[in-house]
Write a protein that binds this ligand. Structure first.
Ligand SMILES: *Cc1c(COP(=O)(O)O)cnc(C)c1O
Length: 289
């Protein structure tokens, strides 16, 4: 399942972009999508090495990570359970999780906070259970994400990526450092107050001046949008054939256009945007459009 992938680099021809390329990690798999595939690859390898057969993880009711973990577990012949934050709900994403055989345990916000305690409470005596943190955050995940960089055939002046937990960002930075590249890594936190991402990254790899954090493209916070962002998605998608999701990749692409317009990025600089996938999240979002 984790052997072969198709993630080409594709040039985008849409003004104001004149030297923009996209790494199509969204094409890796519809359900184990983008950076979630990158993260789960070495998480599952570790679980397997430890003879664990039951993946236990955590997420919100619209989490791409939950769907990815459920699908990866089903394909690998493993069991999966998720603690889902908040009261019991039904939606498209959780439907997919259930179809992939994931057991869902709805958990109030208070107890959700202490994930290790939840795990202990339910799985302390279960030798098969393997703890996977929210969003897959782990050293293993950064190893998988660093491989995005080692796969690149050409050099880029700038690489852009959206961030939630910052684990993917940490892996990309590690990859750039390991390959000794001069590339600047631009990270777009999608949450308000995203400066914590720096500390997250520093847990996995030393901070270096390769890294630039752009804190002003959260559009109101996690899963928040504005009419301007929605218009941007419509134009971008209609003119390139590439789908963007409003939670992550749209904010990243908007930031690239804006930073270029403001002159922070040279007009002819070569840019690579990482399409981290997450497109099934579009289902159930009709009301945002
Ligand atoms: C989860 C996700 C991210 C955020 O990744 P982190 O490693 O948590 O920063 C970015 N893009 C998409 C599409 C995602 O699903």
């Amino acid at each position: 399942m984790f052997e072969e992938i198709y993630s080409p680099v594709q040039k985008i021809t849409l003004p104001p972009f004149n030297n923009l390329f996209v790494k199509r990690d969204d094409l890796i798999d519809p359900y184990i999508s983008g950076n979630k595939w990158r993260k789960l690859k070495y998480i599952l390898a570790r679980a397997k090495a430890e003879n664990k057969t039951h993946l236990v993880t955590f997420g919100g009711a619209y989490s791409n990570h939950l769907v990815a973990t459920a699908a990866a577990a089903a394909r690998s012949g493993l069991k999966s359970t998720a603690f889902v934050r908040g009261e019991e709900v039904k939606n498209e994403m959780l439907l997919l999780c259930s179809l992939f055989g994931m057991q869902l345990i709805f958990t109030n916000r208070e107890s959700y906070r202490d994930k290790h305690k939840l795990f202990e409470l339910h799985f302390a005596t279960n030798d098969e259970a393997y703890f996977i943190d929210e969003g897959g955050a782990s050293p293993e995940a950064t190893i998988g994400c660093a491989q995005i960089i080692s796969e690149l055939i050409e050099n880029y002046d700038h690489i852009f990526c959206a961030a939630g937990t910052g684990t993917t960002a940490a892996g990309l930075l590690k990859g750039i450092q390991q390959q000794g590249l001069n590339t600047k890594l631009h990270i777009i936190p999608v949450l308000k107050g995203g400066s914590f991402i720096k500390d997250e990254i520093a847990k996995y790899t030393p901070l270096s001046d390769h890294l630039a954090l752009h804190l002003d493209y959260h559009f109101g916070g996690y899963a928040k949008t504005t009419p301007q962002l929605i218009d941007f998605i419509k134009t971008f998608t209609a003119q390139t054939g590439l789908l963007l999701d409003p939670v992550y990749t749209a904010k990243m692409c908007f930031a690239i256009a804006d930073l270029q317009k403001k002159g922070f990025i040279g007009e002819d600089d070569k840019i690579l945007a990482i399409h981290t996938g997450g497109l099934i999240g579009l289902f159930g979002m009709e009301d945002k459009f």
